[in-house]
Design a binder for this molecule. Structure first.
Ligand code: AMP
Length: 498
């Protein structure tokens, strides 16, 4: 290797250790606070023709979506023609615990949001649901958004030139202001107008003082499912697990390009297609990593996909080993699938501490290194002297795999065979999954063999794109992080809106 290449590589290795993303198990507080605001969120909404306990139901629904965002949460409730909003930093149970007047939040419709961001500066004005007020200081419209727009900067500029005042720095506020601006077209017309302007990934729920709505972008990139509690009570959520959480029945997924809404003229929930025959391109990483295993998205069971990915990678890259281990949580179903296909016993010997909510704040590198075993600890007696297959859903920066391999080696394993049940991640996501820039994606910067050596493992394999498509049963997905080909153009925002 040439000297300059060597230097580049070693700089790279140093920098990616320090520039992390996400709520990765191995990230420290310091690491988590270095990137820009990138979001992965959960949204929930419920509308009933009679008064229901929207306070408890939204709490349950959001609690079931807690994995999609732990930074902040909030709800907006419509009650007797008024909208009440509350949002704060913290987990769902903490935020709801502090609500002093729950009766204000019992109405006939509610929307809610769990927010995740890596932003160091936790800006309260960016928490959701967002709301817009009239000249009497009354909230008239509120929305919660999951996804990322790609043309929000430009739209914001145009709106500001028209005199629209923004209160936050989030792309979601652009959606709010556009709907607000067009309300004289009627609610459906205002949403249609908005959808025709905004680009990127968006699943949105919203309320006015007497109406409810939800809509999904033309490719259905972020998930959104519809459920029913009774024939007068509808609910919409990022994942079906949230419907289970409130005892609602899954009805169907909201279609790409569809608005569902209530109207003055008709009872029940109405549907309107802003564009017919849109091509579904739901995010494949939802199945691989992000969604709960007990959710089904587009009629595909997430757990099933994860188990099959383990079976497939065994077919693709078999290996002789004594045990197979899954990295909790999303690697575990894949390890079970791998075990079933190979006959190699599955051992749940990586113990994850369930109480990791926030990261530790510790002053020294030495203490930071200790945290690794606090978060994920192996049962040493079960792995010492063994040939081990470790399965994780993905390798992004390589931080997790590198630290995990060290833990396993310290515990005295004989051989390590690392399997990622997703293809190499070579490109960032600008459509709502928090991934770092290309410079920090290890597979964009190293060959498989270089990475194998860097991790210090005996073998390394990634699930092939072909096999991922076979498991998912179609190509109706976004595979942008694996192929750098996205269903929408990047746009000038490049995923960051600041
Ligand atoms: P890394 O340590 O950067 O290679 O990240 C890979 C690990 O992080 C795997 O264990 C994944 O389960 C997890 N992971 C994958 N994608 C994300 C994400 N967007 N946010 C947080 N953690 C992630």
């Amino acid at each position: 290797m040439k000297n300059s290449e060597q230097l580049q590589k070693s700089n790279y290795l140093q920098q990616f250790q320090n520039r992390p993303y996400g709520r990765n198990l191995f990230r420290t507080e310091e690491e988590e606070n270095t990137d820009g605001p990138e979001e992965e969120c959960g949204i929930f909404g419920l509308y009933s023709e009679h008064d229901v306990d929207t306070f408890s139901l939204s709490q349950f629904g959001l609690f079931a979506l807690q994995h999609r965002g732990q930074e902040a949460c909030g709800i907006s409730v419509a009650k007797n023609g008024k909208i009440f909003n509350i949002k704060d930093e913290g987990l769902v149970l903490d935020v709801f615990k502090d609500i002093e007047n729950p009766e204000n939040f019992m109405g006939n419709s509610v929307i809610g949001h769990t927010r995740y961001t890596t932003a160091g500066d936790k800006k309260k004005y960016n928490f959701q649901p967002f709301f817009a007020k009239n000249e009497y200081d009354q909230i008239i419209l509120s929305i919660a958004h999951n996804g990322n727009l790609t043309n929000a900067k430009q739209l914001k500029k145009e709106l500001e030139e028209e005199g629209v005042v923004f209160k936050a720095t989030s792309d979601s506020e652009v959606i709010l202001r556009l709907i607000q601006k067009n309300l004289d077209l009627g609610l459906r017309g205002a949403i249609k107008e908005t959808m025709e302007k905004i680009q990127g990934a968006y699943s949105v729920v919203g309320i006015t003082r007497n109406k409810f709505f939800a809509f999904r972008d033309f490719h259905g990139i972020r998930p959104l499912v519809l459920g029913m509690m009774d024939d007068k009570t509808f609910t919409v959520a990022s994942e079906s697990a949230a419907l289970d959480g409130i005892g609602a029945k899954y009805v169907r997924d909201i279609k790409p390009g569809e608005i569902v809404y209530t109207s003055d003229h008709e009872k029940g929930l109405q549907s309107f297609m802003v564009k017919e025959n849109c091509e579904l391109r739901i995010c494949s990483f939802e199945y691989i990593y992000f969604a709960r295993p007990d959710s089904q998205l587009e009629n595909i069971n997430v757990y099933d996909i994860r188990e099959k990915s383990g079976e497939k990678i065994w077919e693709q890259a078999p290996v002789d080993a004594d045990i197979v281990i899954g990295v909790p949580d999303s690697g575990v179903p894949a390890a079970i699938g791998f075990s079933r296909a190979s006959g190699i016993p599955f051992r749940p010997v990586l113990v994850k501490n369930r109480y990791i909510g926030r990261s530790f704040i510790v002053p020294t590198q030495e203490m930071r290194e200790r945290i690794v075993n606090l978060k994920l600890n192996p049962i040493i007696s079960e792995i010492r002297g063994k040939r081990v297959v470790i399965i994780d859903d993905s390798i992004v920066r390589g931080t997790t795999s590198k630290r995990l391999v060290k833990i396993m080696k310290d515990a005295g394993v004989k051989e390590i065979h690392f399997r990622s049940v997703s293809p190499p991640i070579i490109a960032p996501c600008f459509l709502g999954i928090d991934t770092p820039s290309k410079d920090d994606l290890i597979s964009a910067n190293m060959t498989k063999e270089e990475l194998r050596k860097y991790l210090g493992v005996d073998s390394l394999e990634f699930l092939s794109m072909e096999n991922l498509k076979i498991i998912l049963g179609s190509s109706n997905h976004c595979f942008g992080c694996f192929t750098e080909k996205y269903p929408v153009e990047k746009g000038e925002d490049e995923g960051l809106f600041q």
